[in-house]
Design a protein around this ligand. Sequence first.
Ligand SMILES: Nc1ncnc2c1ncn2[C@@H]1O[C@H](COP(=O)(O)OP(=O)(O)OP(=O)(O)O)[C@@H](O)[C@H]1O
Length: 279
Amino acid sequence: MRIDLTGVSVEVAGRRLVHDVTLRAGSGRMVGLVGPNGSGKSTLLRCVYRALRPAAGTVRLDGADLHAMDARQGARLLAALPQEAGTEFDFTVAEVVAMGRLPHQRGAGRASAEDTARCARALARVGAGRLAGRGFLGLSGGEKQRVLIARALAQGPRVLVLDEPTNHLDIAQQLEVLALVRAGDTDPDAADGDGRAGEPGARLTVLTALHDLNLAARYCDELYVLAHGRIAAAGPPYDVLTPELLAEVFGVRAHRVRHPETGAVQLLFDRLAAPAADS
Ligand SMILES: Nc1ncnc2c1ncn2[C@@H]1O[C@H](COP(=O)(O)OP(=O)(O)OP(=O)(O)O)[C@@H](O)[C@H]1O
């Protein structure tokens, strides 16, 4: 499923934080949103997963206006993992993952045997099946993140929106979580409450904010760079992450080197002189 943002601007408390963003993630593509702290990544993503409405512009899934859909319809197509997501109540892991099935349930929302099986499958896919009976609040940051990804997968979406999914993860977990998301496909048994099945094995479309530029370049098909709430550059990762752009947007001097075994490009960074402090 394709996601198109066209001329999206976002305002919070009367202040325009995101200006005129046009972005496309083609069906099955993984698109990264990178940019310095405060550049507007979370604000833009909040608009995509409908925590905010755009002040201008549209967000479309295969051409259909996401903000015109009812909440359940939208939640069957798009699942999100917001930054600092979680729950303040001490639910079990199985209960947290089961929340992903709510958009598919009718009336009082009783879980069917199929819902339960899909939740177990989602937990197994993220390698967290053994955590099902544990309390969510007692998990480590990395375990919580896996469980929340399982909840998003259990939702049976076509599109995943992730805000810094590697936050709090050690390096091995970062690589594993991104590989998991990258390889994610729509659940082949994803018949929803209307009996509509996802295309079997179709790849999920992923839009994710990431801070680590090497990880973003390694896992994403395309990158969009945000600076001061506007798109500064977009395209294939190493076309976008030029030394000039990295100096201008991130204030770093970048060197490209090759991984000695795989030959993959790696970026090394040095801080450029910090800009003069505000007077
Ligand atoms: N509710 C709010 N009220 C006022 N300003 C806000 C609000 N939310 C965000 N901002 C401001 O909007 C700007 C963009 O914030 P946002 O969180 O979208 O950036 P970000 O690129 O995700 O940053 P980070 O990389 O640090 O997570 C920041 O200057 C922030 O202070």
